[in-house]
Design a protein around this ligand. Structure first.
Ligand code: SAM
Length: 240
């Protein structure tokens, strides 16, 4: 496996990457890279290159054409679970191809995240994108209340689904036929679930209630299952 490294636009100039001190340390001391060794550099926004280490820089050898992205851009609206639960959602959902995370505080959310959390979450998404050989690093928006998020969604006109339990809602899978829409949104609740009022507000904002099956999934499991369904449908019929 070729090592992958996300670089920021400011690090790129004239076909070269100016590596940060941390990146140099990691490549040379941790991975034992030597000058001339190659890795994949990604801008996190869809571009990837084969790169070659040259002291504290790297030269870009050639642009790579890779296809590790889903054909549909999925936004995951997550009512924050307690503890480090959101981190356990970011990793697998990034591996499965999510484009954007929208963390929200709902009526039954117990966690009140500090603003520094966003930086940590973004770093976890970057590591998971590198590990899963994606070309894009999912973005994570600052935490909103569920009501604020619904106002945004209503304005965007995006196709969206809210995962709900005990409502005899149609299966999420039954809405996923190819070709999938260019963008779609999936909302999942916290440990205590959504309140009835929240579900009604979501429906009024245009979200469709859906089921993920006859068993109650943990707040951490539900987003991963929903993403896995989208990824399976998106890729089942696409050419290899
Ligand atoms: N006691 C809560 C309830 O009955 O809603 C359990 C909530 S569950 C642990 C957390 C979230 O995962 C739910 O709010 C929902 O968004 C999602 N979820 C879990 N199991 C689900 C299922 N079978 N179908 C749809 N959504 C599910």
């Amino acid at each position: 496996m070729v090592y992958r490294l996300v670089v920021s636009p400011e690090q790129l100039s004239n076909g070269r990457i100016q590596l940060t001190t941390d990146q140099c340390h990691y490549l040379k001391r941790v991975l034992r890279f030597e000058d001339g060794d190659r890795f994949v550099a990604m801008d996190g926004n869809g571009q990837t290159w084969l790169a070659q280490l040259d002291q504290d820089q790297a030269s870009l050898l050639n642009l790579l054409t890779e296809s590790g992205e889903l054909s549909t851009q999925v936004t995951l609206l997550v009512a924050l679970p307690k503890g480090s639960g959101f981190e356990e959602i970011i990793r697998p959902c990034t591996e499965l191809g999510v484009s954007h995370f929208m963390p929200v505080i709902s009526d039954r959310t117990l966690l009140k995240p500090s603003p520094q959390k966003l930086e940590r979450w973004q770093r976890i998404a970057q590591e998971a994108a590198e590990q899963s050989e994606r070309q894009r690093v999912p973005t994570i928006s600052p935490t909103l209340t569920f009501a604020e998020a619904l106002i945004k969604l209503k304005d965007s006109g995006q196709i969206g689904y809210i995962c709900v339990t005990r409502r005899n809602s149609p299966s999420f899978l039954s809405y996923l036929s190819t070709p999938l829409p260019e963008t779609l949104l999936i909302a999942t609740g916290p440990e205590g679930g959504w309140t009835d009022a929240e579900i009604e507000q979501a429906i009024a904002a245009g979200l469709t209630p859906v089921s993920l099956g006859n068993r109650i999934l943990r707040a951490i499991t539900a987003p991963t299952v929903a993403l896995a369904l989208v990824a399976a449908v998106a890729e089942a019929y696409s050419s290899p």
